[in-house]
Design a protein. Structure first.
Lengths: 310, 236
């Protein structure tokens, strides 16, 4: 247990709490526009943090993280008039985790590029299945009247960020987390030293689906309507992977840095020059992959080391 | 002689492709059993099946009295059946010491890892010199020593060695071949698949020749060493 509370990690936990307390002040100080941006930012941090729990630690790059987000949104939207929200949102997380558990056996059999393609395909499959289900049952989209205010959603999303971050922190320094790291390093060798490879992968994959499931539910409430093509949009998966790469997926700070970077970039350019924004995102992605594959987090570490030694 | 591992009619392979067509084999306690054969004969497939990396289609694997062919790989490791995979599969971004420590995650080995690691450093002083270095930066020979050391960290009863000298400089291969007989003094039973026919049969108590997924000959190491048919089978 000593390593869990190492000095650097303690400092990070302090940063986390001070940071989220500050963000919780946004509605009262900066008003509704910034509240929406803060909600968006927190959503992306929660999504990316949960993605790194599985994909960052095991090296299985998932391009289908949106499927859990979409399922969570679907659960909340389809039960909106029958189940109270405090129950519906966690149910969205559980439904997403169940989906992950069910598909994990076939999906986790393949590795590398095949896994990437399979997760992408799975997300599209679920998207069109639910789209057909909704069309057949006569719901082209659903309006959600009387959803909670953006302010309340922001507090819930902050809770998800804290939950996802603490989970990552604890897992990283646990026996389970070391097992996942060793799987990333070499799966056959991991099996030969006695790591229960398949079980660890299934657990990590399932747990990593909970947070996006709940985030999807919250975001459906934010937009006050539910439309399948929107909540299952593959762009969401791509953005999560981009944020993880830019921020650094091997570090608990990475998702914060990556999400802040892209959300700021989009605030600067999205409304005035959307094409230019997409070009910039592509450019940064390429630059980071080539020059800083471990993201801003690793870059900061390097700066600190060179400052100390220089 | 006590039998440590008994293989009865094992068939296995990769998906639809069957590689092993009914293997029969015994590994004696604290003995070196050699598995020789040409490329593609099924040596690695057999070792991976015994370790539980590949599923057993039919047949039985007995560890003492217990059937283990349905156990997942980590439970076999916990029983002391440990494979050192071919190709020096070390964890490249972990240090030498961290690599060794991961070898001791199983229940039998985890509480005594600090004592075991001293023994490994005695066996391979080079690893002690490289203790803090990342495994990916080691030479091929050092990586093989590390892979072997990591296997030993798990306190094996049966050690499955898959081509431990493949691609190594002759002097390093000699070092590895010198260490292996010493391990049997710690009561470790060894099954070793090897391309270097003569050297492995020199140290093996018993040997099996595998061809096209079947055992075609078996005898004492020295008898196989002087049998011309073995070399013929090996060349295919």
């Amino acid at each position: 247990m000593t390593s869990v509370f190492s000095l650097a990690k303690m400092r990070f936990v302090w940063f986390l709490f001070v940071g989220v307390l500050l963000i919780a002040q946004v509605p009262s100080i900066l008003g509704s526009y910034w509240t929406l941006i803060a909600l968006n930012l927190m959503m992306w941090v929660a999504m990316t943090q949960s993605w790194t729990l599985f994909s960052g630690m095991t090296g299985y790059i998932s391009l289908g993280h949106v499927v859990f987000y979409g399922v969570g949104a679907y659960v909340v939207a389809s039960t909106f008039n029958s189940i109270p929200l405090w129950l519906a949102v966690p149910m969205g997380g559980i439904a997403a985790a169940l989906l992950a558990l069910v598909v994990s056996l076939p999906v986790l059999r393949v590795r590398g590029p095949y896994f990437v393609i399979l997760t992408f395909g799975l997300a599209e499959l679920v998207k069109f299945s639910i789209l057909n289900l909704e069309t057949v049952s006569g719901n082209s989209s659903r309006l959600l009247f009387g959803a909670p205010s953006v302010e309340i959603l922001l507090y819930c999303m902050i809770g998800l960020v804290v939950f996802a971050t603490l989970t990552t922190l604890i897992v990283t320094h646990s026996r389970f987390g070391r097992g996942l790291t060793v799987i990333r390093e070499d799966e056959v060798a991991a099996a030969t030293v006695g790591v229960p490879v398949l079980r660890y992968k299934i657990i990590a994959f399932t747990v990593s689906a909970i947070v996006p499931g709940m985030a999807g539910g919250l975001m459906a409430l934010k937009s006050t309507y539910f439309e399948v093509l929107q909540v299952f949009n593959p762009i969401i998966s791509f953005t999560v992977v981009t944020m993880a790469i830019i921020g650094g997926s091997g570090d608990v700070r990475g998702p914060f840095l990556g999400a802040v970077f892209l959300v700021l970039l989009s605030e600067l350019f999205w409304t005035t020059a959307p094409q230019f924004y997409m070009i910039l995102v592509g450019l940064f992605l390429i630059l980071f992959v080539i020059f800083a594959p471990n993201g801003i987090a690793a870059f900061l570490d390097k700066l600190q080391i060179s400052r100390r030694s220089g | 002689m006590n039998i440590k591992l008994k293989v009865e009619g094992i068939q296995s392979g990769y998906g639809e492709i069957q590689v092993l067509r009914g293997i029969e084999m015994l590994c004696g306690e604290a003995q070196i059993t050699a598995l020789v054969g040409s490329n593609g004969a099924g040596k690695s497939t057999l070792l991976r099946t015994l370790a539980g990396i590949l599923p057993t289609a039919t047949g039985r694997i007995l560890h003492g009295e217990a059937e283990i062919q349905r156990l997942p790989s980590h439970e076999r490791v916990a029983r002391g059946i440990i494979m050192v995979p071919e190709g020096r599969l070390v964890f490249p971004d972990l240090s030498v010491e961290e690599n060794l420590r991961t070898g001791a995650v199983n229940v039998r080995a985890k509480d005594v890892w600090s004592r075991t690691i001293e023994e490994i450093y005695d066996l391979f002083p080079r690893l002690l010199e490289r203790q803090k270095q990342l495994a990916g930066t080691l030479s091929g020979g050092e990586q093989q020593m590390l892979a072997l050391g990591r296997g030993l960290m798990g306190l094996p009863e049966v050690l499955l060695l898959d081509e431990p000298t493949l691609g190594l400089a002759p002097s390093v291969a000699t070092q590895i071949f010198n260490v292996i007989p010493r391990l049997t003094q710690s009561n470790i039973s060894i099954l070793i698949a090897e391309q270097d026919l003569n050297r492995v049969l020199d140290i093996a108590h018993f040997g099996y020749v595998i061809e096209n997924g079947r055992i075609t000959m078996h005898d004492t190491g020295s008898a196989l060493r002087s049998n011309p048919a073995v070399a013929e089978a090996y060349l295919g």
